[in-house]
Design a binder for this molecule. Structure first.
Ligand code: NAP
Ligand code: MG
Length: 487
């Protein structure tokens, strides 16, 4: 297992010699001591990235793509080890890391490997006598700061498009979960990425993350994390007017109309909120149900929640693991009191499991809370296996509740009425909408939010625009055009 900083193609200790402990949230045992980057290390990484940039950005795009494709193959070849490492460091059940996180990581690198030589500029129809063409140039050295909830997957979401477009990368993983991105760095070195193109600098957000956001020679920062830290990143970026891309928090509305297929709703909603212990920005954290089906749906939803197998993430039978840190577990549980204070009712869960084998871990039972739409638990991102339930009578009321938070990342609805579905989709204040499904994501489809959920998009062609700048080139193709000077 690699535990040192990855700078200029080599694993090196931090200049300060300091390390951070990475824990296994199943029992809070220490898995590894990981080098902790400070400003001097980030300066070294930036110097390496700057030096690598001219050659990398001028390389044939197909050759950059070829390296990303090789990396995707290497990830698949090492899938079991990567899944195990990710489960150990994050607490995600191994069945998820093996079946979802690792394959999706490979797919994302492969998608952008294919994208590298297909993202084109344009020729603009301007007045006769002139040719105007637009090229897309990489931004330069880009900083990427990611959270702990899907560390492996986010490594691919952030790095793959940046590299396909010809940028060089400085990535800071979350302090809680640095291991899988270092494992990817090891594979990158193996498949032949040139030194300096990617640098991974685990460290503290307030030190390393903040320094990346401020750094005068980093041209762009792509940040995934909380809205509060997103604001700090914007402020820190002002010095050199960095391009900023923000994927922030969410409070996903999951609206169930009276005509919905309740079997699908129960399954889809449980996946929407309980997958990854609810630690997903796009979690279906607000169940908003039509009065007429609320009782039946809740009875079935609660029964499913109670049947979820909670346990050691490395056990293939486990469906739900621990939250990623004790601090976060305590924060999630504190929302049980917040709910009660405002009259909320705990319908299921609301505590750590009774199982003594899990007593040292960061476990929380699937928690379902009846709450009013304006209550704090219905407004603030809890980021755990914690879902609020409220009811509505009319479509207008459902829309007002769905749109009634500061966030606008993902939202879903369940209905058999085609017209209502599309009308509602148009009216939702949300970057992504799911109809009769929840939390669908693809490397090819734009991902991101509006409002306090941030700006900019990951995935697809949209993210290639984020990682490039247009250059407009004018050519006089008619030598006889006289110079024009207004008098
Ligand atoms: P966070 O506290 O905002 O941290 C995210 C990252 O920022 C971590 O690497 C953190 O470092 C770093 N950081 C902390 N302070 C910083 C600063 N002053 N300057 C620069 N970087 C700094 O978020 P989190 O609690 O780890 O993650 C959960 C949040 O991420 C939730 O709000 C969730 O919705 C959001 N999220 C959004 C998306 C999306 O695509 N929209 C996806 C996933 C998660 P440390 O690790 O040292 O704290
Ligand atoms: Mg850990």
């Amino acid at each position: 297992m690699q535990t040192q900083l990855f700078i200029n193609g080599r694993f090196v200790p931090a200049e300060s010699g300091e390390t951070l402990a990475s824990l296994n949230p199943h029992d809070n045992s220490v898995i590894a001591q990981v080098s902790m980057a400070g400003p001097a290390d980030i300066d070294r990484a930036v110097a390496a990235a700057k030096a690598a940039f001219p050659k990398w950005s001028n390389m044939a795009a197909m050759d950059r793509g070829r390296l990303l494709l090789k990396l995707a193959d290497a990830i698949e070849a090492n899938a079991d080890e990567l899944a195990r490492l990710e489960s150990l460091d994050t607490g995600h059940p191994i069945r998820d890391t093996r079946n979802l996180d690792v394959p999706r990581t490979a797919v994302t690198f492969r998608y952008f490997g294919g994208m590298a030589d297909k993202f084109e500029g344009s020729v603009v129809p301007v007045e006769a006598g002139f040719l105007n063409y637009v090229t897309r140039e990489p931004v330069g050295v880009v900083g990427q700061v990611v959270p702990w909830n899907f560390p492996l997957m986010f490594t691919s979401w952030k790095m793959a498009p940046a590299l396909a477009a010809g940028n060089c990368v400085i990535m800071k993983p979350a302090e809680l979960t640095p291991l899988s991105s270092l494992a990817i760095a090891e594979l990158m070195a193996e498949v032949g990425f040139p030194p300096g193109v990617v640098n991974i600098v685990p460290g503290l957000g307030q030190v390393a993350g903040q320094y990346i956001a401020e750094h005068p020679e980093i041209s762009k920062v792509a940040f995934t994390g909380s809205t509060a830290v997103g604001r700090k990143v914007v402020q820190a970026s002002a010095g050199n007017l960095k391009k900023v891309q923000l994927e922030l928090g969410g409070k996903g509305a999951n609206v169930v109309f009276a005509d919905a297929n309740l079997d699908a709703v129960v399954q889809g909603s449980a996946f929407g909120i309980f997958h990854n212990q609810g630690q997903a920005c796009i979690a279906a954290s607000r169940l908003i149900v039509h009065d007429s089906v609320a009782d039946e749906l809740l009875e079935r939803f609660i029964a499913l929640a109670r049947s979820i197998r909670i346990g050691d993430p490395l056990d293939p039978a486990t469906e739900m693991g621990p939250l990623t840190s004790r601090h976060h577990r305590d924060r999630v549980l504190s929302y049980v009191d917040v709910a009660r204070e405002q009259g909320g009712r705990i319908l299921s869960g609301g505590k750590a499991p009774d199982n003594t084998a899990l007593a040292n871990g960061c476990y929380v039972e699937p928690t379902i809370v009846a709450a009013k739409p304006g209550d704090r638990v219905s407004q603030e991102e809890v980021f755990g296996p914690f879902v609020t339930v409220s009811t509505f009578g009319s479509d207008e009321e459902a829309l007002a509740i769905a749109n009634g938070t500061e966030y606008g990342l993902g939202a879903g609805m369940w209905t058999r009425d085609l017209q209502r579905a599309h009308l509602f989709a148009r009216q939702l204040k949300s970057g992504m909408v799911w109809i009769n499904c929840y939390k669908r994501v693809s490397a090819a489809s734009p991902f991101g939010g509006v409002g306090s959920s941030g700006y900019g998009r990951e995935m697809g062609f949209e993210v290639m625009r984020e990682y490039t700048q247009p250059k407009s080139v004018w050519v006089n193709v008619d030598a006889d055009i006289p110079p024009y000077y207004p008098r």
